[in-house]
Design a protein around this ligand. Structure first.
Ligand SMILES: [Zn+2]
Length: 792
């Protein structure tokens, strides 16, 4: 179980991250975001009227309040309180509260999604303050929810998928009030919301990161293991298809899309923090430390790089391989057009800008947990101080000193007014093969397997000291489903190539700048590994602590990057370890450049090709830094090979297909990507469209390397009636290349316009250098092609 908020005081680098957050965007969002202006917000007025009343304010407040609580920051707590007081005074007689527009927001029916987030705000507020208004308020609201028919929980795109959040809130309230009807509300929601128990049926990044856990939450009441297994299976399903690279996330740069699985795909910042929150919940519910491992993985390796080192800007998408953070369009290589990669504190990244707030505060609240045997569990390791009533109810304080994950030693010091007996549970991560512990200098026999909790149960006295060591080693992981690329780990940290970062301001204000980051050094390296013992190919470099050089280091850092992180010093404890200059650990390795590995036509790192890769370049020594410190990053590496197994990295070629026009979010290559459409309105695979050309005459063409004999083609039209603007064309014909001219194929069968199937056209066989489809679009409509096949 979670300890009451305020029991755990984060220290060290985690506290530094929280302070940066408080001094950065989250702490100042009221100045930056129009959704966080008290005078404009429907969340702030007692009658629920105001311009803005959707998710943004509760998203921000959810982390902002907790940020104040974990830092004991009076200013933040007071500012959050103003919003919470307004919310608490907005309840209607029937129990509904907040923005009135949401009550009829879905075609006259309530849009209940933003309220799910606000309930989290109130839960934390209550845990920290014990404010007596909260439980009656939530009771009244959930009672109102319980009067709604079951269908209400299956309505709307976002609420339907995310309603597990309210199940969690209902259990939270039940644990405090014991009102039995709450255990009727929860199954009613479960039965009518998106079914996450039978599998993953929605592939939106944040929906998955937040929704997949729902059966795990419902397990608390249902007590059927199948629900816990469903949460694990959902996770595995997604990661198996789309998470085949390091960093703990998956490829879904809005939605996961078949065929878009390379590490150059992105993971949304909202998804990073929601995944962390899901993993924290499932750690407690299941008691399975694998979820805590997963939480550390994404927290250390992905979250820091989603933000500027000073927390004054963030981006929408973080990728495992990402070497240019510019403001330009990268669609359809990633799904969304417009700015997705550069750093900004502004509304261009509206959801993440607000929602990122809860990442580190929630993490800090979960470092220590209460256990059912009246003990304490060190669940996520970070420097901290925890005070809790344990054993016979005595208040015990444990101070945790560590630079984990950058060092392997964790020292726990116990303070108690009298001796007290209680079990101390220590998480042994999955990568930790040989953990050891000493209590007051004497070694303790640990029967600890990787991925378990080891328990030291004894009478603890004031001043007792436990030293836990989780020795870390360099290990390699091979990503067989991504062309046998490898990633490099050291304990929970994954490493990235250190790439020179050139930061350029392009917008914003002096106080809140927007940044592009371009590489100033080469990034296209494959690793040269010692075949017999790959891990021995890496040399660990830990900067020698030297406090007297702190100042100089800081100066040096300022020259090369705009974010002095506080370099040097005797310990990483008070600094930001997540910058290239301040990373507390580095690796050195041998690597060779792969000249044919370049940016692709959409400005993304070129797709991985099969390893091992043949490379004639000279071997160089490269530096690897923790992935979380690398805002430009290569973390899924090709492996350099020798001998006949080594493959030549193919030079990128322009696609053989072209068109009279292609919509910027679609691609001509989609026609020949081999992905089979389910129907003509299939939005799950890439497509080609002539959008927004309407009613015009258009073409697409296929150029052959050398003349080919062809006798048939098959065309699968895209048609998004009734909502979209594309239809099968009014008519079309097929031309073949004849010297410099195009002439119609001879004796062609019917040029079909059928939907939901291939339209096959046969003609007199012809040897030609290319084919062209000429289409006359329907008046007022555009058109498109999902797949185009050519047959001899
Ligand atoms: Zn977002």
């Amino acid at each position: 179980m979670k300890l009451p908020i305020g029991s755990i005081k984060p220290k060290g680098w985690l506290r530094r991250q929280l302070e940066l957050e408080a001094n950065g965007m989250t702490g100042h969002l009221e100045e930056i975001s129009k959704w966080c202006k008290f005078e404009n917000s429907a969340w702030a007025s007692p009658d629920g009227q105001g311009q803005f009343g959707w998710e943004e304010l509760p998203y921000w407040l959810k982390g902002y309040g907790d940020l104040g609580y974990v830092l004991d920051d009076e200013k933040i707590i007071k500012a959050a309180r103003k919003w919470i007081d307004a919310t608490l005074s907005s309840q209607e007689p029937d129990g509904y509260f907040g923005p009135r527009a949401n009550k009829t927001g879905l075609e006259g029916k309530p849009d209940l999604w933003p309220h799910m987030v606000m309930l989290n705000v109130l839960q934390s507020f209550y845990e920290y303050t014990g404010d007596e208004r909260v439980l009656p308020f939530m009771t009244k609201y959930l009672k109102w929810l319980n009067t709604l028919p079951g269908e209400a929980f299956g309505r709307g795109y976002w609420p339907k998928i995310r309603f597990g959040d309210t199940i969690e809130s209902a259990y939270w309230l039940y644990n405090r009030t014991g009102e039995p009807w709450l255990l009727e509300l929860a199954p009613k929601i479960h039965d009518h919301m998106q079914d996450w128990t039978s599998g993953v049926h929605n592939w939106h990044n944040v929906n998955v990161a937040q929704g997949f856990r729902e059966p795990g939450v419902y397990f608390l009441q249902a007590r059927d293991e199948k629900f816990l297994r469903a949460a694990e299976r959902n996770y595995q399903t997604v990661m198996d298809l789309y998470g085949q690279f390091p960093g703990g996330g998956f490829a879904a740069d809005e939605n996961a899309r078949p065929g878009f699985t390379d590490p150059h795909q992105g993971f949304e910042t909202c998804g990073i923090v929601e995944f962390m929150h899901s993993f924290e919940m499932l750690t407690k519910i299941s008691g399975n430390p694998v979820w805590a491992d997963r939480c550390e993985d994404i927290a250390f390796n992905s979250l820091p790089a989603a933000l500027t080192p000073d927390w004054k800007g963030l981006h929408y998408l973080t990728c495992a391989n990402q070497v240019v953070l510019d403001r330009h369009n990268h669609a359809p290589g990633i799904e969304n057009s417009d700015t997705m990669f550069s750093y900004s504190p502004l509304e261009v990244y509206r959801c993440c800008q607000h929602n990122v707030s809860h990442g580190w505060p929630y993490y800090a609240e979960e470092l220590w947990l209460a256990t059912p045997d009246q003990g304490l569990c060190a669940s996520l390791y970070a420097a901290s101080e925890v005070t809790a009533k344990i054993g016979d109810g005595s208040a015990v304080k444990i101070s945790e000193e560590t630079d984990y994950p950058f060092r392997d030693t964790i020292t726990l010091k116990i303070s108690t007014t009298k001796p007290v007996e209680f079990p101390l549970h220590l998480r042994i991560p999955g990568w930790s093969a040989k953990p050891s512990a000493r209590v007051n200098g004497k070694s303790v026999a640990l029967k600890a397997k990787p991925l378990s909790y080891t328990v030291i149960d004894r009478e603890w006295k004031d001043g007792d000291v436990i030293v836990l060591r989780l020795p870390m080693q360099v290990t390699l992981k091979t990503w067989a489903k991504n062309h046998n690329a490898v990633s490099v780990n050291y304990g929970p940290l994954t490493f990235s190539l250190k790439i020179g970062e050139n930061w350029t301001r392009y917008g914003g204000t002096d106080a809140w700048p927007e940044w592009e980051v371009h590489p100033s050094t080469a990034w296209n390296y494959g690793l040269v590994l010692n075949e017999r013992d790959p891990a021995s190919s890496f040399q660990i470099v830990k900067p020698t602590p030297n406090p007297s050089q702190g100042g100089e280091g800081r100066e040096r850092a300022r020259e090369s990057a705009p974010f002095p992180g506080g370099v040097g010093g005797g310990t990483t404890l008070s600094t930001n370890p997540f910058t290239p200059e301040t990373a507390p650990i580095q690796l050195r390795a041998k690597a060779k450049k792969i000249p044919a590995w370049k940016l692709d036509p959409f400005g993304l790192v070129g797709k991985l090709q099969d390893s091992p890769v043949k490379a004639d370049e000279a071997a160089e020594t490269v530096t690897l830094i923790p992935m979380g410190a690398a805002r430009l990053r290569i973390s899924a590496f090709p492996v350099i090979g020798i001998g006949k197994n080594a493959r030549t990295w193919p030079e990128p070629k322009p696609p053989p297909v072209s068109a009279s026009h292609c919509f910027e979010r679609d691609s001509v290559e989609a026609m020949i990507d081999g992905l089979e459409p389910k129907n003509s309105n299939d939005h799950s695979i890439p497509r080609f469209t002539w959008w927004d050309h309407r009613g015009s005459s258009e073409w697409v063409q296929y150029d052959f390397d050398k003349p080919r004999k062809v006798s048939a083609v098959e065309v699968y039209w895209f048609d998004d009636a009734p909502n979209g603007g594309c239809r099968a064309p009014q008519s079309w014909r097929l031309l073949c290349k004849n010297g410099d001219a195009w002439k119609p194929v001879v004796d062609a069968s019917d040029f079909g316009r059928k939907l939901d199937t291939y339209n096959r056209v046969t003609f007199n066989p012809v040897e030609t250098a290319g084919l062209r489809i000429e289409a006359q679009l329907q008046p007022n409509f555009s058109g498109g092609i999902l797949e185009w096949k050519i047959q001899p």
